[in-house]
Design a protein around this ligand. Structure first.
Ligand SMILES: Cc1cc2nc3c(=O)[nH]c(=O)nc-3n(C[C@H](O)[C@H](O)[C@H](O)COP(=O)(O)O)c2cc1C
Length: 133
């Protein structure tokens, strides 16, 4: 299975978790960047070239961050299947899964919540995402 890890990260926690997935799968990666002035997202790779897109992002206000929702909306028809990894302090995985399912019209193969407090020490497990297919 050809995988692409796409991540959005404001303060680095999600980037760290995404790098762990990338290293485990030895797969391509892409970063979503957001220009607040123009409300535009940028990413470099075409998700249509991959069997599975692993979307990694923080939870913002118990939902997907706006740039991630925008990225998914723009690439809706290019994403064949996906999994969702979120980092957070409190919670909100359920509503993030609901957000992504609504936008893409399909459920993720797997979803995983990682507490940001565990990330600096590397004490978390990304296997539930890696093994999903
Ligand atoms: C604007 C904002 C809203 C947030 N909302 C939530 C939330 O609803 N639930 C939660 O558990 N954490 C929330 N957080 C905490 C982040 O999800 C958490 O710190 C995350 O790991 C940050 O990832 P990053 O370092 O990749 O940006 C919020 C953080 C910010 C900046």
């Amino acid at each position: 299975m050809k995988n692409l890890v796409v991540y959005y990260s404001k303060t680095g926690h999600t980037r760290n978790a995404a790098e762990k997935v990338i290293a485990s799968l030895n797969c391509d990666k892409d970063e979503i960047t957001y220009d607040a002035a123009s409300k535009a997202v940028t990413a470099s790779r075409n998700p249509a070239n991959y069997d599975r897109v692993i979307v990694c992002c923080p939870i913002h206000a118990f939902n997907l961050p706006q740039p991630v929702a925008l990225y998914l909306t723009i690439n809706k028809d290019k994403i064949k299947s996906y999994s969702l990894l979120v980092t957070c302090r409190l919670g909100g995985l359920k509503s993030c899964v609901a957000n992504a399912t609504r936008i893409l019209g399909k459920k993720p193969l797997a979803s995983l919540k990682i507490n940001a407090n565990a990330i600096p020490a590397g004490k978390y497990d990304v296997r539930p995402i890696i093994q999903s297919s």
